[in-house]
Design a binder for this molecule. Structure first.
Ligand code: ARG
Length: 271
């Protein structure tokens, strides 16, 4: 399997905290160790660099504790960047910060007309855009995504509030295959996934409950939470190389490696 060099955007968790609860993982009364979160995040960044990927960074903004989850900052494909619109007011101010970053980086900008939480819910899998809905990204935004990016958009109906973003329930492994938790999807979406990806890896609830599916693959190496041992074993059986990382502090906000990582796809060549 060939690894593709990736271009990522990340945001240091300098102001990370769990001050509000907008998903079932978040408990504002539980203690959070921000220094440990930073060290765990730095380790993730180092793993990417060691794999030969390029990591860009956006400056964190005080008062935006979830800004570390860069995947929610936008969707960037073929040099086009679609900005985001958050469901929850607590995260609203992240959208213009990320938008400004894309603009200065020279991407062609598009603005969302409906709630759209970026790569948290919108994943390019081969030549299809898989687009989650049910908790965050509005179904109405899917049509706009298809219009802007020109990839067929496949709606994925999420049904379990713990797996509120598509990237908590499904990982794109390479151009042909994904891994996912079937029960996180409606029966119809499960049927679509079986049709599109007959060789997909099926994860267990035990893997998903440690956010094991919130993983980042370059087509050969899969970076995933180290607690997801069952999923890692299945991936190795399929020939992927797995790299476990511990993001226990960020998991208190409902995030894992993929949430911290936005793919920047300049154009066809660097997809
Ligand atoms: N606390 C954040 C939220 O609920 C976590 C976002 C995780 N990001 C992701 N791409 N799944 O919005």
């Amino acid at each position: 399997m060939d690894a593709t060099r990736q271009h990522f955007l990340m945001c240091r968790p300098t102001y990370f905290a769990v001050d509000y609860a907008i998903n079932p993982w978040m408990d504002p009364t539980a203690p959070v160790d921000t220094d440990l979160a930073v060290r765990q995040w730095e380790r993730l960044r180092q793993v990417y660099r060691d794999l030969g990927h390029t990591v860009e960074e956006i400056t964190p903004v005080p008062g935006l504790p979830d800004m570390v989850f860069a995947a929610n900052g936008g969707t960037v494909i073929d040099g086009k960047a679609m900005a985001v619109q958050f469901r929850d007011p607590q995260r609203a101010d992240e959208a213009p910060a990320y938008r400004a970053w894309f603009e200065q980086a020279g991407f062609e900008m598009y603005d969302p007309k409906h709630v759209n939480e970026g790569e948290g819910d919108i994943l390019l899998a081969g030549d299809h855009l898989l687009a989650g809905t049910g908790f965050r990204t509005a179904h109405a935004s899917h049509a706009q995504l298809q219009e802007v990016f020109g990839y067929p958009v496949i709606t994925m109906q999420l049904v379990d509030p713990r797996f509120y973003h598509l990237d908590t329930a499904l990982t794109v492994l390479d151009e042909r295959t994904v891994a996912y938790l079937p029960e996180a999807f409606s029966p119809g979406s499960q049927a679509v996934l079986r049709r599109l990806f007959p060789d997909a890896v099926h994860a267990t609830m035990a893997d998903a409950e440690v956010l094991g599916l919130n993983a980042v693959s370059d087509g050969r190496h899969v970076v995933l939470p180290e607690q997801a041992t069952g999923l890692a074993a299945k991936l190795r059986e399929r020939g992927y190389q797995t790299i476990g990382v511990d993001l226990s502090e960020l998991r208190k906000a409902g995030g894992g490696p993929k949430c911290c990582t936005l793919r920047l796809r300049q154009g066809k060549a660097s997809r």
